[in-house]
Design a protein. Structure first.
Lengths: 402, 454
């Protein structure tokens, strides 16, 4: 009898210990950016400050909040309204800084995340799918996943949790730190023109995300020099001089992926350059780009492969070189094949839209109806089915052109 | 200082240094000589002052005489029961510091202050005092009257210091150090408008003070109008000299306790931490709302030429409904304490005051010399613990700061009017990065003060 009891207790103990160890499993950023889950994030904000945030949603004022994901509660985080056209008081787009008020505080090792309100993406999944595609093409891009956001226990809808492009991001994707990172700030259409010798116009366009306290000369002289060389009249020296300031093959690759995704608001955007970060390693003058905010991608499966190719000075002059032009077509072709391989792009859209479907329908703050959501997803699926063929056919045509 | 100013100051100083220790009685002015004054002070019933006094006091007093004397102060005596003292204090500091002072452009600077006032007593019933700083944004200092017919129950009204803190309630003229303790400067309320009952009971063993004031004092306020401070304030202080009746050195021992309570409206608190030279090391950018309570304990003992003083103060300010979930946060708390000691090298009894040296300079002696030392502490934080300290305006555990300071001093009382003080102060900050004017954690400041009091 006694022996039987012992043998019965044994498996129970094993189960309990297993469960306990699973519960104690340390959470990581991989868990947070798990794209197969709709996470739940809760923010707690003093009611007076929440009202202030709603009243002043166009300002970048920081407010205090507690941030909770699973069993992790991060206290005294700083939140502020963010974004451009996506700013609104009902479903605020938020930036969350974990260490702004509390020195050394991080969340899963990160100092910040963005809670994207997906305000301009009726499909809810275009942005995250585009970023996943950049990653699939071997490019550094911010990770994204979905969450239901509750503010003071009130459901505020489906948000994208977006990895903040900052020093932590650079360290993750490049394994280096100490570099100079700038976020591009859209003001007026900018196509890569030379804005003069003064640093102020560049400072207005490129907001320092690292080394914020350093002198403008250190921060912005290489950016000014980049655009001066981009606009240098002498074609004979153009490439040598420009390549000192920008990694041209990477730039062309980035542009090709943007174009494959029919991104209407990227570096060859409808209103000039937009939605990118500029990065320069420490001790170097050579810049590279990181993608950002792809909620205007997938606009049309027949999006022309040379859309606005003549508008951007850097792109236009780079495409004058045969090897860079060849690289552009090569990347586009790789994109088309990769997207079509095993129906990856369509499968990804189907998976993501099914994942968020219930949460989106419950999102009463979204600026779209549920019908519009369904129609948007259908258009995305159509894009996924048709885009690769269109791109491959266009490349074939262009290659045959003498 | 311009040459003209310095020569005027030198002349003034010479006058007071060479003045006799006990000035001759002043010239008296008879009532007859002051007929103008008498004729204009007829009351509404047409009675002359003399008649009024007879009526009021109900007994025959000698005829009122106006008499000008100069004992403690230049004094106008009106009869035997009324007098008006004319007071003035000129003070000049020369200082140098490792850190910039908040109120100066350079680490070395000269600060001058001039204060004038009158005080006195009317019919031994009502004391009064009116003091004004000649150059200050808030020039009026003590402006009050005190009805003191009965020693056990007196009533004082006007603007004066709240009954909290021994150091804060010590006149600037009688301070053992150039600067008051950090705790007294920043945690004690200071002056405000109010009314107070006070008195001494049980054969003067026990002294009580309790009053109601408009706010919780000037020390807890800043020039920043956005900062909040206490509203209607109740303050009380109880001091005991338990061995007063005993003829021994212990007779002077005094211990006491004090409190203030007030309600603070919603806003950022104004109770900040500053160094002696007013460089801010703790800015209270945290929402507060609710009750502010000050508690203080004090001890003073002056056996012979020695003295020991110590105080502990604590101020808590509630933060009702200020958390991210609209619940209460732990109160903000500021604590300060100091221990100080003095030794009159020239042997004067501290309890009698050193302002009247036994052998003044140029009158057979060189005045009174006193050595002094003080250890100060001032800490800001919140009562909660556990989380990472944060600068968030709604943090439960706030990122506080603390300062500790040691002051070494020499006081030289040349005669009853002139006092020279030298202090060397070493201030250490827990987190120097919070200093508005960042510096090393250890700051040395040297201050020399010249003080002329009449």
């Amino acid at each position: 009898m006694r022996h039987r009891r012992v043998t019965a207790i044994g498996p129970i103990l094993v189960c309990l210990l297993t469960c306990a160890s699973a519960g104690a499993h340390a959470q990581t950023t991989a868990d947070l950016f798990d794209r197969n889950t709709v996470h739940e994030i809760r923010l707690y904000v003093n009611s007076r400050e929440l009202q202030q945030l709603r009243n002043h949603y166009l300002e970048d004022t920081y407010y205090t909040a507690d941030f909770q994901w699973r069993s992790i509660r991060v206290r005294n985080v700083a939140i502020r309204s963010r974004g451009g056209a996506s700013r609104n008081p009902s479903k605020p787009a938020l930036r969350v800084d974990f260490n702004r008020f509390t020195t050394g505080q991080t969340f899963l090792g990160m100092t910040a995340v963005v809670l994207d309100n997906v305000w301009q993406d009726g499909t809810f999944v275009a942005e995250s799918t585009a970023m996943a595609f950049f990653e699939r093409m071997g490019q550094a891009a911010p990770r994204e996943s979905f969450c239901r956001l509750f503010i003071n226990n009130v459901y505020h809808g489906v948000y994208a949790i977006v990895e903040s492009v900052n020093g932590d991001f650079v360290k993750r994707v490049l394994g280096e730190s100490g570099g100079y990172l700038f976020s591009y700030q859209y003001h007026d259409p900018f196509y890569g023109e030379y804005l003069g010798d003064e640093l102020a116009p560049y400072q207005r366009l490129f907001e320092a995300q690292t080394h914020e306290l350093e002198a403008a000369t250190i921060l912005y002289s290489p950016i000014r020099d980049l655009f001066r060389e981009v606009n240098h009249p002498d074609d004979a020296v153009w490439r040598d001089r420009v390549e000192q300031y920008v990694d041209l093959p990477r730039f062309i690759t980035h542009a090709a992926i943007d174009v494959f995704l029919a991104e209407n608001d990227g570096i060859l955007g409808a209103s000039g350059m937009n939605n990118f970060y500029l990065y320069r390693p420490a001790g170097s003058t050579r810049h590279r780009l990181f993608p950002w905010d792809k909620d205007n991608a997938f606009v049309n499966p027949q999006f022309d492969l040379l859309t606005r190719a003549d508008e951007n000075v850097l792109f236009r002059r780079a495409m004058a070189y045969a090897d860079l032009r060849a690289l552009y077509w090569q990347v586009l072709e790789e994109c088309a094949r990769s997207a079509a391989e095993d129906g990856w792009l369509e499968a990804e859209i189907n998976r993501a839209s099914a994942l968020v479907d219930t949460a989106v329908r419950q999102d009463s703050r979204k600026p779209f109806s549920n019908d519009e959501f369904e129609q948007g997803v259908a258009l995305l699926q159509q894009f996924a089915r048709r885009r690769s063929n269109f791109v491959l056919q266009e490349i074939d045509k262009l290659r045959r052109t003498p | 200082m311009t040459p003209r100013k310095s020569s005027a100051a030198a002349a003034l100083l010479t006058t007071f240094l060479l003045a006799p220790a006990s000035p001759a009685a002043g010239q008296s002015v008879t009532a007859q000589q002051a007929t103008a004054a008498q004729t204009v002070t007829l009351d509404q019933k047409g009675r002359e002052p003399e008649e009024r006094e007879k009526k009021k006091v109900g007994r025959e007093d000698p005829p009122a005489t106006f008499r000008f004397t100069w004992k403690e102060h230049p004094t106008l005596e009106i009869g035997k029961r009324t007098h008006v003292d004319f007071r003035a204090r000129v003070q000049s500091d020369a200082r140098s510091s490792d850190a910039l002072a908040a109120d100066a452009d350079s680490p070395s600077s000269d600060i001058a202050r001039r204060r004038v006032g009158i005080g006195g007593d009317i019919e031994h019933l009502v004391e009064f005092q009116v003091e004004r700083e000649l150059k200050d944004e808030e020039p009026w200092r003590d402006v009050y009257a005190n009805y003191h017919q009965f020693d056990a129950v007196q009533v004082q009204g006007g603007k004066f210091k709240l009954p909290f803190s021994l150091d804060q309630n010590t006149s600037a003229t009688n301070l053992d150090f150039v600067y008051r303790s950090l705790a007294a400067n920043h945690l004690a309320p200071g002056r405000d408008r109010g009314v107070m009952a006070h008195g001494r009971v049980f054969r003067r063993l026990l002294r009580y003070e309790i009053g109601i004031f408009d706010h919780d004092g000037r020390n807890g306020r800043t020039r920043n109008a956005a900062r909040v401070f206490g509203g209607r304030t109740t303050a009380g202080r109880l001091t005991v000299q338990p061995f007063r009746a005993v003829k021994s050195n212990a007779a002077d021992l005094q211990i006491g306790a004090a409190f203030t309570t007030s309600d603070v409206p919603l806003g950022f608190s104004s109770l900040r931490g500053q160094t002696f030279l007013h460089a801010s090391f703790f800015e209270p950018d945290f929402w507060v709302q609710g009750q502010r309570v000050r508690t203080g304990f004090e001890l003073r003992w002056r056996p012979g030429p020695f003295s020991v003083k110590s105080e502990y103060m604590r101020v808590t300010t509630e933060r009702r409904g200020q958390s991210v979930e609209d619940t209460d946060l732990s109160p903000l708390v500021a604590t300060g304490w100091y221990v100080s000691g003095t030794w009159a090298v020239t042997g004067e009894r501290k309890a009698d005051g050193l302002s009247q040296p036994r052998r003044p300079l140029f009158q057979g002696g060189y005045g009174a010399v006193e050595l002094a030392c003080r250890y100060d502490s001032l800490t800001f934080g919140s009562t909660a613990s556990g989380d990472l300290p944060s600068r968030s305006v709604r943090a439960d555990v706030i990122e506080g700061n603390a300062e500790h300071a040691v002051t070494f001093g020499v006081n030289w009382y040349l005669n009853r009017w002139v006092k020279l003080q030298f202090n060397a102060i070493k201030e250490s900050l827990k987190d120097p990065s919070q200093l508005a004017l960042p510096s090393e954690s250890g700051i040395w400041t040297r201050v020399f003060r010249f003080q002329l009091t009449i």
